[in-house]
Design a protein around this ligand. Sequence first.
Ligand SMILES: [Zn+2]
Length: 70
Amino acid sequence: MGKYHTIQSSKGEKCLICEQNKLEGIHLFQSFICLECEREIINTKTNDPKYQYFVYQMAKVRILQERRQA
Ligand SMILES: [Zn+2]
């Protein structure tokens, strides 16, 4: 995954996974994933139903990107 960075804006950015505004996280493609969610994804086993939700949320980004390129 990308580099960690702190967002300068006081409002932060909307996290792709939890959909809350967070100050710290990573950029994945054009989207933002907060530190907490990124850690959770790493710690979630692939057979956990929660993992499917993460995959689904992240897949949305790819779909949006592909549409943009088309
Ligand atoms: Zn989050």
